[in-house]
Design a protein around this ligand. Structure first.
Ligand code: CA2
Length: 147
């Protein structure tokens, strides 16, 4: 059994409550329940956290080392701005899969650049909430813990 951290960043607590035309009708609680259930179905323990604060996300990545084998990260808007998250991932060398609900490359130019892309295993975007299970499967595969 592997322990996986699903970490969601700023404003993702609003999922399903605002802008459903972009982010869908699924709430963050729904996404988290889906991730826990998907982990259980594959024999893994998934823990979910969300923060609107950059430093708290950095702390969560630091704390993940030694507790979790891998991290699924939707860093929200910090994806596009945060050298601190880039450095946290590089510094801890945690295996991280980057996830976005929307296709960031089909949106405004400022969303096309990801500061964390160079230090993650890979990135999944554009598939809405089901992308979280795709990303978990990618992480299980990377960790060699597929069932
Ligand atoms: O597509 C994604 O998952 C994003 O990471 C979502 C971020 C956005 O800044 C990234 O460019 C792409 C925004 C999350 C905000 O989520 C909301 C959900 C409902 C209502 C308002 C915001």
């Amino acid at each position: 059994m592997s322990a996986i951290l699903v970490l969601n960043g700023p404003n993702l607590n609003l999922l399903g409550l605002r802008q459903p035309e972009i982010y869908g009708h699924t709430t963050l609680a729904d996404v988290e329940a889906m991730c826990v259930a998907h982990g259980e179905a594959h024999g893994h323990h998934v823990t979910c956290r969300q923060s609107n604060h950059e430093g708290a996300l950095v702390d969560a990545i630091h704390a993940a080392r030694g507790t979790f084998e891998g991290v699924l990260l939707n860093a929200g808007a910090y994806t596009h701005t945060s050298i601190a998250l880039h450095d946290a991932i590089a510094g801890t060398q945690m295996p991280v899969v980057e996830l976005h609900l929307s296709n960031i490359h089909a949106r405004e130019p400022f969303r096309h650049k990801s500061m964390i892309a160079p230090v993650v295993i890979g990135m999944i975007c554009g598939f809405g909430a089901p992308g979280y299970t795709l990303a978990l499967d990618a992480l299980f595969g990377h960790l060699g813990v597929t069932t």
